[in-house]
Design a protein around this ligand. Structure first.
Ligand SMILES: [Zn+2]
Length: 220
């Protein structure tokens, strides 16, 4: 991962310069997981993958596709620790919020927690950083309602089939957080299979949340 970033630095946008986003995530896409559909379609639809999957999330949405400058900015923020990218990722997350969720009322934004060890190693939790940026701009409370008591292999290193198993027991409700009856929006930088966001939603739903949806900057 590091090699890829180093070789890409300055390719799509130079350090210190604001990147411009590529590729919005646009309909037609799966109403559940936002998987793009290649041809025009007039009815809403659910993809074959979602037909057989039991989601705890009501839906996943992203502002952009994970390509070009968007993908590079996410990787450079998270692994290259280019913290100055926070407001750009925050704005892109807000683009997605405006497009997909602003018309509804939400009780709180929830970041995806990092295990304390990984948070220390990385210096910050990228999910918390973009979520807090968005929360202050759209006047919604940020609640760190989840914790990650168990260290797991990074999802990015695993095959699709291994991702669900990897998350078993990895997430828990934060002490003192009561999600009963709340409509909650999980925010993160990127989702690929949606397994992490869905594991978050499962904990919150089991504790009584009325609805849990997810929003990310990009869809992998
Ligand atoms: Zn789907």
């Amino acid at each position: 991962m590091r090699l890829w970033i180093e070789s890409a630095v300055g390719l799509l946008f130079p350090p210190g310069r604001p990147p411009r986003p590529w590729g919005r995530l646009e309909r037609p896409f799966c109403e559940r997981c936002a998987e793009p559909y290649p041809r025009p379609i007039y009815d809403s639809f659910v993809c074959a993958n979602c037909e057989k999957r039991k989601w705890a999330l009501s839906r996943l949405r992203a502002a952009y596709r994970a390509e070009g400058s968007v993908r590079e900015a996410i990787l450079r923020f998270k692994y290259g620790r280019e913290y100055f990218l926070r407001p750009w990722l925050g704005r892109w997350l807000r683009d997605g919020f405006r497009e997909h969720y602003a018309a509804e009322s939400w009780d709180a934004l929830i970041p995806v927690p990092l295990h304390p060890l990984r948070r220390r190693r990385r210096g910050f939790n990228q999910s918390l950083e973009v979520t807090s940026w968005l929360a202050s701009r759209v006047n919604l409370p940020l609640r760190e309602g989840l914790i990650r008591p168990k260290a797991t292999t990074p999802q990015a290193r695993l095959r699709r089939s291994e991702r669900l198993r990897n998350l078993r027991g990895a997430l828990a409700l934060a002490p003192g957080f009561d999600p009963r009856g709340l409509r909650l929006l999980i925010c993160d930088d990127i989702f690929t299979t949606g397994a992490t966001a869905d594991a978050c939603a499962r904990v919150l739903r089991q504790a009584g949340a009325a609805e849990v949806a997810a929003l990310t900057v990009a869809r992998g």
